[in-house]
Design a protein around this ligand. Structure first.
Ligand code: NAD
Length: 348
């Protein structure tokens, strides 16, 4: 069977990482048909928008996309293509695993948690305006519908993946109505899982401190959009940095797999960025489409190449370029895939 996947290389370091990820994913022996579409600033001149209709149409058609990062101008210019895409396709759950990889010099060796971030509302709803010349307002939207479904997703994720606990993150001591509603929804959903999945909540500032001091106490973390975004970079820092942190945007009708990191423009085109996060996002995509053995081969190859310590990208203390690292991972993936499909010797 051939899997048709929308490929959005993105900009900055995105295109070279996309090439690396495609090389590794194809080494699994699975047949892919990549439908390449472009989004971002370069599209404005041709289409008048950084998110051409064709990008959304392609993802709707294939229901599956692998995406590199896309630059968003700071303080001016067009709205984030990443946020717009998640909202347009109602990709309501942003799932970001934070897992230690043996061989990466990091403060902790035993982190294994997952952030489930609400992906469609909160301060990212994009409702903001100037109030005269010297003030501005951004509106934080929290709804019962979105909070209930993300809480439900987090608990169902915990059940499906053998996790024991869900921690809800909020600032309901200050934002009693908006974050209060989010917490109320999490508590309501938690009651349905009582006795099966433990539940607790943390105020976001305390959560940052707890994560830095004792990350091993957390399992599944569910958070509104903004806190989930910030906590995911914090967790990436606990397991080796943004170069190794994968993610998935999941909706009812489509799923888009992309790393936590951005377009790191200063590294663009230099063959020095770490493709691990996009490769591992590809492994999450393989799991999503039921290609579990292939996903394990990709994750195993990353662990084995990093664990061996000979071919390492620069962010992990080595000197391998993006291409060389991807080639080393692809070679191991190929070996594992061939070994798995080799017929067992005939019995005498
Ligand atoms: P960034 O994640 O691009 O980079 C921050 C730092 O992390 C970099 O300087 C680099 O040291 C490191 N880093 C990130 N990815 C790496 C990789 N693969 N290999 C090695 N090192 C890596 O964050 P930023 O500088 O804040 O943002 C740059 C642009 O990316 C902005 O326009 C931002 O809006 C955008 N962005 C896009 C996405 C997305 O497409 N989903 C996510 C975050 C940021």
């Amino acid at each position: 069977m051939t899997h048709r996947v929308t490929l959005i290389p993105g900009d900055g370091i995105g295109p070279e990482l996309a090439d690396a990820a495609v090389t590794v994913l194809e080494a699994t022996g699975i047949s892919f048909e990549w439908e390449r579409v472009d989004a971002g600033e370069a599209m404005i001149e041709r289409y008048g928008t950084p998110l051409p209709d064709e990008v959304l149409a392609s993802i709707r058609r294939n229901r599956l996309a692998l995406k590199g990062p896309i630059t968003t101008p700071i303080g001016e210019g067009f709205r984030s293509v990443n946020v717009a895409l998640r909202q347009a396709l109602d990709l309501y759950a942003n799932v970001r695993p934070g897992r230690s990889i043996p061989g990466i010099a990091s403060r902790y060796q035993d982190v294994d948690l997952v952030i489930v971030r609400e992906n469609t509302e909160d301060l990212y709803a994009g409702i903001e305006h100037r109030v005269g010349a010297d003030a501005a307002e951004s509106i934080k939207i929290i709804t019962r519908v979105a909070s209930m479904r993300i809480a439900r997703y987090a608990f169902e994720y915990a059940v499906a993946n053998g996790r024991r606990k869900v921690t809800a993150v909020h600032k309901a001591n200050i934002m009693k109505l908006s974050d209060g509603l989010f917490l109320e929804c999490c508590r309501t959903v938690a009651a349905d899982y009582a006795g099966r999945i433990e539940f607790e909540d943390r105020i976001v500032d305390n959560m940052c401190m707890q994560l830095v001091q004792r990350p091993e106490q957390f399992d599944v973390i569910v958070a509104p959009n903004l806190y989930g975004d910030i906590l995911s970079d914090l967790v990436a820092g606990l397991v080796g940095g943004l170069g190794v942190a994968p993610g998935a945007n999941i909706g009812l009708h489509a799923a888009v797999f992309e790393p936590v990191h951005g377009s790191a423009p200063k590294y663009a085109g230099l063959d020095i960025a770490d493709p691990t996060a996009l490769i591992l996002s590809g492994a999450l995509m393989l799991r999503h489409i039921g290609e579990t053995a292939a996903a394990e081969h990709v994750e195993g190859a990353i662990r084995s190449v990093i664990g061996a310590g000979k071919v390492l990208p620069r962010d992990l203390g080595g000197s391998a370029g993006t291409k060389a690292f991807a080639a080393a991972v692809a070679e191991r993936v190929g070996d594992a895939s061939r070994a798995a499909t080799k017929p067992s010797p005939a019995r005498p």
